[in-house]
Design a binder for this molecule. Structure first.
Ligand SMILES: [Mg+2]
Length: 155
């Protein structure tokens, strides 16, 4: 059976975690594990530094599910979400995103960056932004629960 998505990119804070914490958002761990079990390449694109981001993911028990964790470099320079998403895609070996490749995020900047790279901008309603703000920022869908991602699969 073919993977249900070509790849999925996740924001970290407010998307995989409860905003401002290292606790998992309800349902996201099961989603990440299910995608990984179905051979969907996964990446994180975060404005946090890569080292701490990897430690958060390890604490959640899902670091091994991610092919790439892109974020602020060790020099502390943050080039913006757009650049980080580009780096995440390079880490996945993707130069042109296939149709139906979602990026999940809880802020308008996530959605802007997703669209800039040809990803499907998907908002999450459990993060730092309201659903209507995410829709206004161009979200193709706003998930109320992580499992709703499955309804967006291409096949
Ligand atoms: Mg976020």
């Amino acid at each position: 059976m073919a993977p249900p998505f070509p790849a999925v990119v996740f924001d970290l804070d407010g998307t995989l975690t409860v905003p401002g914490t290292t606790r998992p958002a309800p349902g996201v761990i099961a989603l990440v594990e299910a995608l990984h079990a179905r051979d969907v390449p996964l990446a994180v694109a975060t404005s946090a530094s890569v080292g701490p981001a990897r430690r958060v993911l390890a604490g959640l028990g899902v670091l091994a599910c991610f092919t790439e964790v892109a974020g602020r470099g060790t020099d502390g320079v943050y080039a913006g979400k757009d650049a980080v998403v580009g780096e995440a895609l390079l880490g996945l070996g993707i130069t042109t995103a296939g149709p139906g490749t979602p990026m999940l995020g809880d802020s308008p900047a996530d959605l802007d960056a997703a669209a800039a790279h040809g990803l499907v901008p998907v908002g999450v309603a459990w993060g730092a932004s309201r659903a209507d703000a995410l829709r206004a920022a161009g979200a193709c869908a706003v998930l109320g629960h992580p499992d709703e991602l499955w309804s967006l699969r291409a096949s």
